[in-house]
Write a protein that binds this ligand. Structure first.
Ligand code: FES
Length: 182
């Protein structure tokens, strides 16, 4: 049997097939993985940056769920681990620049916590692409969009988190309320 594809399709090919192979099957589309990224964003800097990026219609992937915190220093390592436990593929902690932190040492505290977390995450066998700390001021909407684009792309490459509950993604909560450690 001869299958001719009209030139108008732009494919422009024809192929001959034996009668026994008359069933033409479409190639299966590769399943695409869309990471779920939790962003802990400081109320005074990174959260407005995200807002401004939206207002300016900057393009970035819709793979993030933002959790607003009053200061980056408020993000206890337990929050991040809980996010992974609930099905996040990656976590971004985004704070003010050190000198801009409204609570003096909060952004520095966030950096210290991140260092501790980095070691724990390595012990858990998670790839380094799954966690990131950034300093993004309210005026840096472009940086916010860029970081989200980069992170989404990197996590797409490493694939789903190996510590999803039951190996299945769970609906992401808007808030992680059950974490009791302050
Ligand atoms: Fe933004 Fe402290 S107020 S990191």
């Amino acid at each position: 049997m001869r299958i001719d594809v009209p030139a108008a399709t732009g494919i422009g090919y024809s192929m001959a097939k034996k009668q026994s192979e008359s069933k033409v099957t479409e190639p299966k589309a590769k399943p695409t993985f869309e990471p779920r990224i939790v962003v802990f964003a400081c109320n005074w800097c990174s959260y407005p940056a995200a807002d401004n990026a939206g207002l300016a219609r900057m393009q970035y992937p819709a793979n993030i769920r933002i959790i607003r915190v009053m200061c980056g220093g408020r993000v206890n390592p337990a929050f991040v681990l809980r996010a992974f436990e609930l099905g996040a593929d990656a976590v971004l902690v985004s704070t003010c620049h050190f000198q801009d932190c409204h609570y003096m040492f909060g952004a520095r505290r966030a950096a210290e916590n991140y260092e501790r977390l980095d070691n724990i995450v390595k012990l858990l066998g998670l790839e380094k692409e799954r966690m990131r700390l950034e300093w993004i001021s309210a005026a840096e909407a472009t940086k916010f969009a860029k970081v989200i684009r980069e992170m989404t792309e990197e996590v797409r490459k490493v694939g789903p988190s190996p510590i999803k509950p039951n190996g299945k993604p769970q609906p992401l909560p808007d808030r992680i309320e059950e974490t009791t450690v302050a």
